[in-house]
Design a binder for this molecule. Structure first.
Ligand code: HEC
Length: 191
């Protein structure tokens, strides 16, 4: 009887600790949801602005709004979050080494025809006792993006003018629908 009681206790203890362990383990769904929420917010601001005030005004609003929103989102969720691109417009959005290699992997997937809607990278890196979660989601070019990231013919002269004034080093043009425009990169240190 005593042995039975003890083993019940042990099982209870093991299952409780397994549960709390699982709860602390970072979940890819949480990071996927954050990236979707962030992109959703950004896109709805962009769409609303284009609809209400036209594409030219959207450029100036978007250039500052995107960064403010990114900073707010990072603070609110206690994460590092950025939109970066190998061909960045805003000098702030240059990828770091980790992000560059993720972009290269995604470009490779794309060239092989394997870049899917669900494609994402999720990795827990352990370096010098510090654990970091890294989540990467591709940002793919859509029709609505072309009036600011497309070719000579899809970007109006007004928009070209503003872009070249504000971003003299702009590399973020010449995209077509379906191209990899960049990535959302989220990181978080975990205990
Ligand atoms: C009205 C013009 C406009 C439209 C439309 C637009 N963008 Fe941008 N985009 C900008 C500007 C301006 C920046 C630079 C400011 C920033 O966001 O940091 C930018 C920056 C970005 C960046 C950050 C990397 C970089 O190049 O600096 C990504 C990623 C991006 N845009 C993706 C998109 C996608 C995807 C769409 C379509 C869904 C889109 N953009 C539509 C103006 C636009």
């Amino acid at each position: 009887m005593k042995i039975l009681f003890q083993s019940v206790l042990i099982i209870l203890f093991v299952s409780l600790s397994a549960q709390s362990y699982n709860q602390n383990e970072p979940k890819v769904e949480d990071y996927r949801n954050l990236s979707m929420k962030f992109m959703g917010e950004l896109k709805s601001i962009l769409q609303k602005e284009i609809k209400q005030n036209g594409i030219v005004n959207a450029v100036s609003v978007c250039s500052d709004t995107a960064q403010t929103l990114t900073q707010q989102f990072a603070k609110e969720h206690n994460i590092y979050i950025k939109r970066v691109s190998a061909k960045n417009r805003n000098p702030i959005n240059i990828p770091n080494d980790y992000e560059s290699s993720a972009i290269q992997k995604l470009e490779k997937l794309k060239s092989e025809g394997n870049l899917k809607k669900e494609t994402e990278f999720f990795e827990i890196v352990n370096s010098n006792g510090i654990k970091t979660v890294n989540y990467i989601k591709p940002i793919v070019t859509e029709g609505i993006c072309l009036s600011c990231h497309g070719s000579e013919s899809t970007i109006s002269d007004d928009v070209k003018q503003i872009l070249s004034n504000k971003y003299p080093e702009d590399k973020a043009v010449g995209y077509s629908i379906g191209d990899l425009r960049g990535i959302i990169s989220i990181s978080k240190e975990i205990k």
